[in-house]
Write a protein of this length. Structure first.
Lengths: 264, 259
């Protein structure tokens, strides 16, 4: 598939959610986003890349309803998608007093499900992330990687069509990070959810994504929109391939423009 | 659980101090109405046990009652205050005024209007109430931002946020408030009993101290004092143990003691 065909195919996939001329100005006058357009298309793993404070996280918060735009609109292809969004925060953000099972059970409990009714879904989500044997463990007793797996299981347990991930692996060591990247790809293939991912890492973006959007420091202007063939197998060969290197180079160049703009 | 050195060292120092005290009194032949030896205090404790222990029960009963009421009211008011800034503005200043006014100055006034028993109860309540209120309020207000977002994401109702997020988040601070309040309830009860004792009324342990003072029965004063100290220690120990059991495994304060 050539780059042109690929872009064409992605363009015809319906947008799950569309941000149109979205602006977000905080009460203290800080402009996080201005006149921002973005289509998140069904099935893609869309990575937002950019320097700190460029509004990446704000985009996630706006889409998930944790914040409201001060301008523009957010349009959904189906309203029920909006009410069931998974979110993986930068810290695992687990309830420290609750064990792994109860942490993953939380979204269903808040949705009114009893423990008994929720148990199959909770156990399935735990199995997906390899924590089936740790259901009774408290977060403090888990490693950083396992805590993040627990947070991912919690995001999956409601079977959302759309999952937001805000630098989920930033605090982990490289080995754990690579492992979780691979696990995320497996989960993605199995569950087919659309993912919007935020990262600082060009390599992580290039490895995981089917699309990378590089944002500018000011107002989140989109500097580059890089599409990656979803059919490419994501493995060690891909990491050392020329196409991977090309994508990293292009993303890095865009990121450099963004950072230079920031320091001006 | 608790390492030997944490019990052994202070215990050894305590025993050594008692021995030194005992030795000093015997060596210098200090009369018991000036400074009774520990052995004389113990003898007095055994001799007057009926009187002293029945007084102790009165004091502890009032302390416990006041403490429970303070805990219930403290948490209830903390929850009310957490619901609205207006309630906080309206109620918190009064709680602070009560806290900063020394209880010893309030006690005689209470005795004018109330039966001594009730005055003691109110005094103990007043001093125990504020630490529980302020610590619980702090706990309810200091919920992790990420967890707050999480609950918003899943459209949690205010009730669900309270039960599953804010109350458990506030538990460590609430328990701190209980530990402080428990000790202070005893202080409040003793202060009110002293004030009541000055006017010749009362049955509590502090009243026995005042009474024994009038009779220059110094060993009995020490015996009553020892019982008050032990009660304070027991209250603190029980609440610290409760806190340890409830927070074990997840909260830093309980884990630090384990390591």
């Amino acid at each position: 598939m050539t780059a042109f065909d690929l872009a064409d195919a992605q363009r015809t996939t319906p947008a799950l959610v569309s941000l149109r001329a979205v602006g977000k100005t905080f009460p203290n006058g800080l402009v996080a986003l201005a006149d921002y357009d973005l289509d998140v298309r069904e099935g893609e793993t869309l990575t937002l890349l950019g320097p700190s404070g460029c509004g990446k996280s704000t985009v996630l918060r706006l889409i998930s309803g944790l914040a409201s735009p001060t301008a523009g609109s957010i349009d959904w292809s189906a309203p029920d998608i909006k009410n069931n969004i998974g979110f993986v925060f930068q810290d695992a953000t687990l309830l420290p007093w609750a064990n792994v099972f109860n942490n993953v059970f939380l979204p269903l409990r808040l949705g009114g499900l009893s423990r008994q009714d929720a148990a199959p879904d909770v156990n399935e989500a735990l199995a997906h992330v390899g924590l089936a044997d740790f259901a009774r463990t408290l977060p403090r007793e888990l490693s950083g990687g396992m805590r993040m797996r627990c947070a991912i299981a919690r995001a999956l347990v409601t079977r959302p069509a759309l999952i937001m991930m805000d630098e989920p692996f930033a605090a982990l060591d490289e080995v754990t990070r690579f492992k979780l990247n691979d696990d995320l790809l497996v989960l993605k293939r199995r569950l087919g959810a659309t993912i919007v991912f935020v990262t600082h890492s060009v390599f992580e973006a290039a490895y995981l994504s089917t699309r990378i959007v590089v944002m500018s420091r000011r107002g989140g202007r989109i500097i580059d929109d890089i599409r990656i063939d979803p059919a490419i197998a994501r493995d060690d060969d891909y990491r050392s391939s020329k196409s991977f290197a090309d994508i990293c180079r292009r993303a890095s160049q865009a990121l450099r423009i963004s950072i230079e703009e920031a320091t001006q | 659980m608790i390492p030997w050195r944490d019990i052994g060292v202070p215990l050894a120092v305590f025993v050594a101090t008692l021995a030194l005290w005992e030795g000093l009194v015997r060596w210098k032949n200090i009369p018991p109405y000036i400074l009774p030896a520990p052995s004389a205090i113990l003898d007095k404790l055994i001799e007057d046990r009926d009187l002293l222990f029945s007084s102790l029960l009165v004091t502890l009963g009032v302390t416990f009652e006041a403490f429970v009421i303070a805990a219930v009211c403290g948490v209830a008011l903390a929850l009310l205050i957490a619901q609205s800034r207006w309630l906080e503005r309206a109620l918190l200043p009064f709680a602070i005024v009560l806290q900063v006014t020394p209880i010893i100055a309030i006690a005689p006034l209470l005795l004018v209007y109330m039966q001594p028993g009730n005055a003691v109860l109110v005094c103990a309540f007043l001093v125990a109430f504020f630490p529980i209120l302020s610590n619980t309020s702090l706990g309810l207000a200091s919920v992790d931002f990420g967890l707050r977002d999480l609950f918003d994401l899943y459209h949690a109702s205010p009730w669900q946020k309270l039960i599953y997020l804010r109350l458990p988040s506030a538990l460590p601070q609430f328990l701190t408030g209980l530990r402080i309040g428990g000790g202070l309830a005893l202080v409040g009860a003793i202060v009110a009993e002293l004030a009541a004792g000055a006017s010749g009324q009362g049955t509590g342990l502090a009243y026995r101290i005042v009474e024994a003072g009038f009779r220059l029965d110094i060993p009995r004063m020490f015996a009553a004092l020892a019982l008050i100290s032990l009660s304070g220690l027991a209250i603190y120990g029980a609440l610290a143990a409760l806190s340890h059991v409830l927070l074990r495994g997840w909260h830093e304060s309980a884990r630090a003691q384990d390591e």
